[in-house]
Design a protein around this ligand. Structure first.
Ligand code: PLP
Length: 423
């Protein structure tokens, strides 16, 4: 597609955008009386206007029914987590039985390690991406130590080649091959938070399985961003948070996926709590844990209804928009941002902004990570002053995510107008 660096072009794209109505379903932070240019949906998604009513409805149910809200009302709390399963499954290419919303992300990462990191003396290594999100690094490190191994020995980090920022598929697969006799687990991000690289999940999973290891992904930056087929790709497990692309409230509820072959097997190890007990006899309160078949058998605590209500409100919009339509727009919108950044470089007269996110659209989602040749923090502050909300990640990266659900081509164009002023 041929892009133009003009306001009428951007506005024309917006007029032709089949998803344009979704922008008005969200509340935008204000800057000088106008909507800010919000490119931070990879960190905290915007608030859907409907969220308030969904939460108020549960507060009303609570006041009207008290404890009986668990069974009375049209959204009984006892089953409230079930209302999100189908929507979540669609977003990752899973079966509803394979998913459940529960807890928070790092907690779920640990719980998945309980089920899928069961190291032996000979098979104890974990492959992950170098520079993974810190919480994931700490989780892995503490898991490895918990099992009596040394992180320096047990954790193999995938590092880009000299002079490169992202990982090559062949290098990932070669590393798995190299450690195949001692490998217990491959556990990586789906989309890396720093570079925005979307990893080849299918190929990685296949290779991990050939090596006799389990394979799981932290989908914090992939969920609601890129299309996936976790079930068909035979991915063993995954987890995500809902406050990034899923717009489900700050610190909102996380979710897990466990492949059918594992989650329907009552012998798959797990830490148990009463809410994962077989549903039809849960309230007999008997001794001896019998899990509910499916991912729900990993629930430990009863449902946090208010954050689940925010989640449900946000998922309605994904159901309506559909991930395939969102991805189609996202490919265009991110390509437009790439073009606009290059236009800014042309105007300034040198490659001031270096995009380190893969340029191949299949290998990225909505985010572009940019390293400035000079004065990165100054550029960031200038953008902030003028109403662009992105983020700055130490040591040197600016991240901007044009989110297809609510960002427009005009947002991207206006961002470029600020970016290209070299002061
Ligand atoms: C955002 C993010 C987290 C945050 O973890 P919480 O437990 O939700 O605080 C963890 N891992 C990755 C990869 C992330 O992107």
């Amino acid at each position: 597609m041929k892009f133009e660096n003009t306001l009428p072009f951007a506005q024309q794209q917006d007029a032709n955008d089949p998803l344009r109505k979704f922008r008005s379903a969200f509340l935008f932070p204000q800057h000088e009386g106008k909507d800010a240019i919000y490119f931070c949906g990879n960190s905290l998604g915007l608030q859907p206007k409907a969220t308030r009513d969904y939460i108020l409805k549960q507060l009303d149910n609570w006041s009207a029914y008290g404890v009986e809200g668990h069974f009375k009302t049209d959204t009984p709390w006892m089953y409230y987590q079930k209302t999100t399963k189908e929507s979540l499954a669609k977003l990752i290419g899973a079966k509803p039985i394979e998913v459940v919303a529960m807890n928070q992300l790092t907690v779920n990462l640990h719980l998945m390690m309980v089920s899928f990191y069961r190291p032996t003396k000979d098979r104890y290594k974990i492959i992950m991406e170098g520079g993974a999100f810190p919480s994931d690094q700490y989780a892995m490190e503490s898991q490895v130590r918990f099992h009596g191994f040394a992180p320096e020995d047990a954790i193999i980090e995938l590092i880009p080649r000299e002079g490169e920022y992202t990982l090559r598929q062949e290098d990932i697969l070669d590393t798995i091959e190299q450690h195949k006799d001692s490998l217990a687990l491959v556990m990586m991000g789906g989309v890396n938070y720093y570079t925005g690289q979307f990893f080849p999940l299918k190929e990685i999973t296949q290779k991990a399985h050939e090596a006799g290891a389990f394979c799981g992904f932290d989908l914090a930056h992939a969920m609601g961003n890129v299309p996936m087929e976790l079930h068909d790709w035979d991915v063993d497990f995954a987890m995500w948070c809902s406050y990034k692309y899923l717009n489900s409230s700050p610190g909102g509820i996380s979710g897990i996926y466990i492949h059918e072959k594992h989650c329907t097997n009552p012998d798959t190890p797990r830490f148990a709590g009463w809410w994962g007990y077989k549903e039809d006899t849960r309230f007999q309160m008997k001794k001896g844990y019998i899990p509910e078949p499916g991912a729900e058998g990993w629930q430990m605590s009863n449902v946090p209804v208010l954050t689940m209500a925010a989640h449900r409100a946000a998922l309605d919009l994904f159901d309506e928009a559909s991930l395939s339509a969102l991805r189609e727009k996202s490919l265009k919108l991110t390509a437009y941002m790439e073009y606009i950044v290059n236009e800014a470089n042309k105007k300034i007269g040198f490659e001031k902004f270096n995009i380190i996110t893969p340029l191949e659209p299949a290998n990225r989602g909505a985010q572009l990570s940019i390293i400035c040749k000079e004065g990165g923090k100054k550029v960031f502050d200038k953008l902030t002053e003028q109403g662009v909300i992105g983020d700055w990640r130490e040591p040197e990266v600016l991240r901007f995510a044009p989110v297809p659900m609510y960002n427009s081509f005009e947002d991207v164009y206006r961002f470029g107008e600020i970016l290209k002023t070299n002061d």
